[in-house]
Design a protein around this ligand. Structure first.
Ligand code: PHE
Ligand code: ZN
Length: 874
């Protein structure tokens, strides 16, 4: 909390460090209510550093006890302690720096640095948390070999962990001392320490070169029956990274620890990943299929970081997407291989279109490689992660799978052990393939979602189709006059028989036949397709080949045709979404009726047993309210809600028999297994149930039967959600009470119970949310609970968040102010929905702005909250 206005940090100001830290030896004495940290750093001045540059170490909220250089205690006048620095002016070329300081983990509510979660100690150092542990060069381009000693009460903390390999253990009267050594040099943000009374599940993995690796998952004792799935997912990830990227694990042990209080999903600390318990713990009775899939993806993501992030790390935090975009891309390919590639693509496109496009069109818009930030924690965004992954995916589309692998091999080989930039990654891709990606790099520097419009003219006599594509990218804060990007347009021309026609395009140089990609590189380009024997239906941006907004006039008939015939599964879904969006737009007065053709098309999808049920489930899912909002010029949440409901009801009623038949066909008495085929069947079955309850009372009865009979959380939760959303408040309350009575002892399940209510259009009014905040199950200190209630409310119960009296906005602002000091990262993340105020209808817009101004008027804003609110009000 600063008095002066927080200042921005610029990429252009990057300078290499003046000093390096060859080895780091840390000793933690975990005492009753504080921790004594001793560090011993073997350092030297870098060659290119100025001779007399002072050493400026980072440190925050540290109680400094002593500083010595080469064994000699420094007098206070030999160093200077600033608010967030420790400066030592005079130092030799090489020296050993020893520092002692005290920290207070019990008082750490920000969950950065060393803190307590439940009965255990744990750390979170990314991005700049290590400086809350001790004074250090806390920047990713300073890499060091770490040795860690932990001294603590032997009974309370039987498990004491840090990165690398265990090298020593000693008993000291009543206390125990353990020592860990990590042979791989790493930046401080990858440091981790855990101490607690934990149990562990173990397994082993034999790497491709035949080395045996111990795998361990540590949990609090009550969770020991929830580790199996993550262990299996870990083994699948390790094998996959060997097979697909040729990457082998590099230590003898790999550990995961589950903690309840965690700001994010998980953290890739070297050899010691720390996970939010919600992203790792599962058993059939407590976790839904969606949770299983999330766990598999996050376990993979953190594991993959061992190469994309740890072995090769980021030079500075402006390069964050170097590790995050690439690693999300890797985990998405992994999930695609484990389940359905098309379904994974649909899910990712949904996130891009609803969350990332909104960010890119709002006040916090930033490029994949930002130019500046005030607080780096605010830049762990969908743009850095998901758009960054899309950009990597476009490189793969351009180079092909083999070329991409050559590029990644070169990248890992060239930069192993280094801290590099996004452009080093691109350079490896270029060099391995002999291509020039100069133009492509604009994707990293220009913020905003490009719009691509398409116009086509068919000439029957000449048998040509002339396609004109135009691109433009809107201005974003601080960036105007954007240049054209290199946009890969994967496409097909579909004939009347539903088959793809052969593509013969001019200029031929703009076409890559392997990937069926047309390269759009200018603001406007015209392409001529030859030998087109009949008027085709255009299928553009297959497989979501670029993260753009597409404007292409197609009639509802053409969309229905694509929905039924496109050989590209992603575009079948996309055509369906566009069609539904048209319906919702036309249902503004809450009236809607399906045409017979549409009804029949959806009916046959529901009955088609040759299709992947997970895919059918998505084909029949209406665009969410957030999705619809993103595709509206001026957002009117109440109108969107009503229109969407009208279309939903029309589908439910006109396809009732088909939904019931589908539901009955997919019911299964086999015991639950978290495997792809069963998950797919459950997803369609439960979608059918959700429509059935809308159609008539028999659906509600079936939901209750399913709820009662369920032996797994997927079916139990689906029945509960269907009931809550049915609008039958009494029945909803009955099931909610039963659910809480059954699960009140399991925190992760209670969080789901909270978010079902908070995120429901039928329940989640601001008043109701305030009552949930009073519930004994709620706790402001636990980020998962805050997200389950406030996050679910503001991001999902959109009609109530946008209540016309402004009560939703006020509630959110209250929450932000309440958390501003205690946990700035969480406070700042909650703000997201308010930052969209300019897109709303005027009355709502003003109410939202007023809440932002109320927050701004508060003195003492954390950097995190200050940055988001101040940028939103410009
Ligand atoms: N680096 C973590 C991940 O993606 C995310 C994270 C960031 C966790 C900052 C904690 C703090 O995988
Ligand atoms: Zn990551």
């Amino acid at each position: 909390m600063k008095d002066a206005q927080p200042k921005a940090i610029y990429l252009n100001d990057y300078r290499e460090p003046d000093f390096r830290i060859d080895t780091t030896e840390l000793t933690f004495a975990l005492e009753e209510d504080s921790t004594l940290v001793s560090s011993k750093l073997v350092m030297q001045r870098n060659q290119n550093a100025e001779n007399n540059a002072a050493l400026v170490l980072h440190g925050q909220e540290l109680e400094l006890l002593s500083v010595s250089v080469d064994g000699k205690l420094l007098a206070p006048e030999q160093y200077e302690v600033g608010e967030e620095t420790l400066t030592i002016a005079t130092l030799p070329e090489r020296f050993v720096l020893e520092i002692q300081n005290r920290i207070y983990p019990h008082k750490n509510t920000a969950l950065e640095g060393l803190y307590r979660s439940g009965g255990m100690y744990c750390t979170q150092c990314e991005a700049e948390g290590f400086r809350r542990i001790t004074y250090y060069l806390d920047r990713p381009d300073v890499m060091s070999v770490f040795t860690t000693h932990i001294i603590a009460d032997a009974e309370k903390y039987p498990v004491m962990l840090s990165n690398g390999n265990l090298i020593d253990e000693q008993q000291l009267d009543g206390k125990r001392k353990v020592s860990w050594h990590d042979p791989h040099k790493k930046p401080a943000y990858l440091f981790a320490l855990v101490a607690g009374d934990l149990l562990c599940s173990s397994d082993e993995f034999v790497t491709m070169s035949g080395r045996k690796v111990d795998l361990r998952i540590f949990v609090e004792p009550q969770n020991i029956d929830k580790t199996e799935y993550a262990l299996d997912a870990l083994k699948r990830s390790m094998r996959w990274d060997e097979e697909v990227y040729g990457r082998e694990y590099d230590l003898d042990i790999f550990m995961i620890v589950a903690v309840d209080d965690f700001n994010m999903g998980a953290m890739e600390n070297k050899g010691l990943n720390i996970f939010n318990s919600s992203c790792v713990l599962a058993n059939p009775a407590t976790a839904t299929d969606a949770a299983y899939q999330r766990i598999e993806a996050i376990v993979a993501h953190e594991y993959f970081h061992n190469w994309s992030g740890n072995r090769v790390t980021c030079r500075d935090w402006f390069q964050l997407s170097l590790k995050e975009g690439f690693t999300v891309f890797r985990d998405a390919s992994f999930s695609a291989d484990m389940h359905s590639a098309t379904v994974k693509r649909i899910e990712d496109a949904n996130i891009m279109r609803t969350v990332q496009f909104a960010e890119d069109g709002g006040p916090m818009a930033h490029p994949v490689q930002p130019d500046s930030f005030i607080e780096i924690s605010n830049f762990y965004t969908v743009t850095i992660y998901e758009k960054g992954a899309e950009v990597v995916g476009m490189i793969r589309k351009i180079l092909g799978t083999e070329g991409f692998r050559k590029g990644s091999d070169l990248y890992f080989e060239r930069h192993d052990g280094q801290a590099v930039t996004i452009y080093d990654f691109v350079a490896a891709m270029e060099d391995a393939n002999g291509v020039d990606l100069t133009l492509f790099k604009r994707w990293y520097k220009q913020a905003g979602t490009p719009r691509v419009s398409a116009e086509s003219v068919y000439d029957a006599a000449a048998q040509t189709l002339t396609l004109t594509l135009r691109q433009m990218c809107p201005d974003t804060p601080g960036q105007t006059g954007k240049l054209p990007m290199w946009i890969p347009v994967q496409l097909g021309l579909i004939g009347g028989d539903g088959q793809d026609m052969a593509v013969n395009v001019e200029p031929a140089s703009a076409w890559t036949a392997d990937s069926q990609v047309l390269h759009l590189t200018e603001a406007e380009q015209t392409f001529v397709f030859h030998g087109v024997t009949e008027q085709p239906v255009l299928s553009l941006f297959r497989d979501f080949s670029a993260p753009v907004k597409v404007e292409c006039e197609q009639s509802n008939e053409e969309l229905l045709f694509l929905l039924q015939n496109d050989s590209d599964g992603f575009n079948r879904w996309d055509a369906g979404q566009r069609l539904m969006l048209n319906w919702i737009r036309s249902a503004a007065d809450s009236q809607f009726e399906l045409t017979d053709d549409a009804r029949n098309a959806f009916a046959s999808l529901l009955a088609d047993e040759s299709l992947d049920p997970a895919m059918v489930s998505y084909l029949l899912t209406l665009p969410s309210e957030a999705y619809i909002a993103e595709f509206s010029d001026v957002v009117d949440p109440a109108a969107i809600h009503k229109a969407r409901k009208a279309v939903q009801l029309a589908l439910a009623e006109s396809l009732q028999a088909e939904f019931i038949a589908c539901y009955q066909r997919l019911r299964s008495d086999a015991s639950y297994q978290p495997v792809a085929a069963d998950m797919a069947a459950r997803s369609l079955k439960n979608l059918a149930l959700s429509y059935w309850v809308k159609a008539d009372a028999s659906g509600l009865q079936q939901a209750e039967r399913q709820y009662t009979a369920a032996d797994n959380m997927t079916d139990q939760m689906a029945a509960l959600v269907a009931t809550v959303n049915s609008g039958d408040r009494a029945q909803a309350q009955t099931l909610l009470d039963r659910f809480y009575a059954q699960w009140s002892g399991d925190a992760l399940v209670v969080n789901q119970w909270l978010s079902v209510q908070a995120g429901s259009a039928e329940m989640g009014t601001a008043d109701y949310i305030r009552s949930l905040l009073q519930h004994p199950a709620f706790d402001w200190r636990n980020p998962n609970k805050v997200r389950s209630v406030i996050g679910a409310f503001a991001n999902q119960a959109l009609v109530h968040f946008h209540a016309t009296d402004g009560s939703g906005y006020e509630l959110l602002a209250d929450a932000v102010l309440r958390l501003n000091e205690a946990n700035p990262q969480i406070a700042s993340r909650l703000l997201g929905p308010l930052t969209k105020w300019k897109r709303l209808v005027p009355a709502q817009s003003q109410l939202m702005k007023a809440q932002l101004e109320r927050i701004m008027a508060q003195g003492n804003l954390s950097k995190d909250v200050y940055e988001v609110v101040s940028k939103s009000l410009i």
